[in-house]
Design a protein around this ligand. Structure first.
Ligand SMILES: NCc1[nH]cc(CCC(=O)O)c1CC(=O)O
Length: 317
């Protein structure tokens, strides 16, 4: 009798949908696996527990991943399923992202019980988002808006919206699709105006890098196209030393053997935007992301980053 495979995940509705998808795909890919061979293990992360304080003051990167990674390293779970967007750019020693599932829609959506679309929001209306990228992109087009911090998982944010804590919010289309909640969408935003966070819409599976057994099990789930895109986008993020708490956007596209990366860095109020696009061989996406990051870093200059850091600290409560 073989041992059960333990899949670690956060407990949010979205995280569970993603973990169950990985489970179903593993069962479908391997004749010797059944539903009973795979157990979903729910693990609370610091990011799930600390909802009253802002994430940055609570300790920065990896808040949604650390407890899962500890469980991987101790052998309590065999793999961990994450939204790639939530993954810090560098992993703890001994861990690896071994599979990227085929990417979902990368776009952001606008959700509002009142306005018909983003540009149709009333003058000075309140927009709830915890994402500095979404704040900057929104203010770039609508400097009049009052952006307030909106934390919590998708269900919490929708509840806050319905309670009237804001007139509108933004979410990733991918998450809503995975939960079958497309009906909540008011408007799907254009990629031009609302480029996504690096790696948005891509589910990834993390394992111990010595676990060749799990690596083989997960190999049929791996999507090379998604990996090529996410690699370029995450390299850009890494080269600016960004976390999820940085107004950075990046989106890669593929054609033939080439990868094209569009990369942006914004000031918090959206008035300054550095944007670069580049193309390379598909397998050189990491170098492409790094190059665009260095270009933008040089254009922005050290003062921009100092001001940005101060503004971020002043914005979060
Ligand atoms: N930070 C939370 C988070 N992480 C990944 C997703 C969406 C799913 C994805 O991008 O794969 C979300 C929610 C959101 O931004 O709406």
């Amino acid at each position: 009798m073989q041992q059960t495979i333990k899949i670690g995940t956060r407990g949010s509705v979205l995280a569970l949908a993603q973990a169950n998808d990985v489970k179903a795909k593993l069962v479908a890919a391997h004749a010797d696996l059944t539903d009973e061979s795979i157990e979903i293990v729910v693990i609370k992360t610091t990011g799930d527990i600390i909802l009253d304080r802002h994430l940055m003051t609570a300790g920065g990167k990896g808040l949604f991943t650390k407890e899962l990674e500890d469980a991987l390293l101790s052998g309590d779970i065999d793999c961990a399923v994450h939204s790639s967007k939530d993954m810090p750019t560098s992993l703890p020693d001994g861990l690896a992202l071994t599979a990227f599932l085929p990417r979902e829609d990368v776009r952001d959506v606008f959700i509002s019980p009142r306005a018909n679309n983003f540009m149709g929001m009333q003058e000075g209306a309140t927009l709830g988002t915890a994402s500095l990228r979404r704040r900057a992109l929104a203010l770039r087009l609508r400097p009049d808006l009052n952006v307030v911090t909106f934390r919590g998982n998708v269900q919490t944010r929708l509840r806050k919206l319905n309670e009237g804590q804001a007139e509108a919010t933004f979410l990733a289309r991918a998450g809503l699709n995975r939960m079958g909640m497309e009906a909540e969408i008011t408007e799907t935003l254009s990629l031009d105006d609302f480029p996504p966070a690096p790696a948005q819409g891509a589910v990834t599976v993390e394992i111990k890098d010595t676990n060749t057994h799990m690596q083989e099990r997960l190999a049929p789930l791996h999507c090379l196209d998604t990996a090529a895109q996410v690699t370029a986008e995450r390299a850009f993020l890494a080269s600016l030393d960004g976390s999820c708490r940085t107004p950075i956007a990046a989106v890669a596209s593929l054609s033939d053997d080439m990868v094209t990366l569009r990369a942006l860095l914004l000031s918090l109020d959206g008035t300054t935007v550095f944007e670069e696009t580049g193309t390379s061989d598909r397998d050189a996406g990491a170098a492409l992301g790094d190059t665009l990051g260095q270009k933008i870093r040089a254009q922005a200059g050290p003062e921009f980053f100092e001001t940005l850091k101060r503004e971020i600290e002043a914005t979060i409560e």
